[in-house]
Design a protein around this ligand. Structure first.
Ligand code: DGY
Length: 328
């Protein structure tokens, strides 16, 4: 019996690829080329399943050109590269990789907050440039982290992880804003208080963005929001490019309207707004918040397990939509 054909659209751990090859006929992309939409559509031909990352867009046009497709498993918790309603309408299962990256991503959010507040990148660049001649009382004096007010926008699993780190580890006063308020138990666990977006922006010393991207969330932080923040405040974005208006942020940083920012995700990444590259008071990282070996392996394995579970048993492990089960 011939095995079902799947596409692994980007390079992944060879051992995960090998495990998929036990079950499927696999077309892989270990050269890790980022395909155009047309090329991705072409490579999907004849495939019943695909493993994607955030850089592959699954939309109505691709689905229409590939009516044989049954499941696309994203190796990411975020899935703004999927048109989920179009996938549901086409009877295609969508899945993501929640939970396995929560704590790792929260660690990184906190690391970026600390690097930003304590000016780690800026001072390292100074040292590497050979500019350090003497100790001085205000050299790279940054913002306090312990005991400060931490404002989190987007209080899902990762936001809660950051809240717990701030409240329990650093004695921070945690406030949050979210589409819906958490239960009293979760608020108590995170020691977090629900506030309006305006109150959060005006009173937080450190604002961390962890909300999913959607059209409504586009430019959640733009010029108007940056103007509401304290001039001593820092901003961290580990959510998605487009949540922050990067041009407005670069302007605010250059004008010292806010003290500093830590940015892991960018509008139009991997391109970075050129003005962000010019300002010193920003820590820039290339979308690596979930990137530890253990977590990236767990994400790849969960995406692979979703393909196997759906195509052999008709049930994905972490589905994003409801479609009739399909055993290949
Ligand atoms: C995610 O899981 O959504 C991360 O941003 C990695 O893409």
């Amino acid at each position: 019996m011939t095995q079902p054909s799947i596409l692994v659209a980007r390079a992944i751990f060879p051992e995960v690829l090998q495990s998929l090859a036990q079950v499927f006929e696999v077309q892989s992309n270990q050269a890790d080329e980022v395909w155009s939409a047309a090329e991705l559509t072409r490579r999907m031909q004849g495939k019943v399943g695909a493993l994607t990352t955030g850089s592959e867009r699954i939309d109505a046009a691709l689905l229409q050109a590939n009516p044989q497709l049954r499941i696309v498993a994203n190796m990411a918790v975020g899935y703004n590269n999927f048109d989920v309603p179009a996938m549901t309408a086409a009877g295609v299962q969508a899945s993501n990789t929640p939970d396995v990256l929560t704590e790792t991503t929260a660690d990184f959010g906190f690391a970026l907050l600390m690097a930003t507040a304590r000016r780690v990148s800026e001072s390292e660049h100074y040292l590497r440039a050979g500019l350090w001649q003497k100790w001085s009382y205000d050299m790279f004096a940054g913002a306090e982290v312990h005991g400060a007010t931490l404002g989190i926008i987007g209080m899902g699993r990762i936001g809660q992880g950051i809240a717990r780190r701030g409240a329990h580890g650093f004695g921070m006063n945690v406030i949050y804003h979210n589409r819906s308020r958490l239960s009293a138990e979760l608020e108590a666990d995170c020691k977090a208080r629900y506030v309006s977006k305006q109150e959060l922006l005006q009173s937080a010393d450190h604002v961390v963005l962890v909300l999913p991207y959607s059209a409504q969330a586009h430019h959640t932080i733009g010029a108007a929001e940056l103007a509401q923040m304290k001039p001593t405040a820092t901003l961290v974005n580990i959510a998605r490019g487009g949540i922050v208006d990067d041009a407005a942020l670069a302007k605010a940083l250059a004008a010292r309207q806010i003290a500093a920012a830590g940015i892991d995700v960018f509008e139009g990444e991997p391109s970075v707004h050129p003005d962000l590259l010019k300002v010193p008071n920003v820590v820039l990282t290339p979308h690596i918040a979930s990137s530890t070996v253990k977590t990236r392996m767990a994400m790849a394995q969960l995406a692979a397990d979703n393909l196997v579970a759906y195509l052999t048993r008709g049930q994905a492990l972490t589905p994003l939509n409801t479609v009739p089960g399909h055993a290949a």
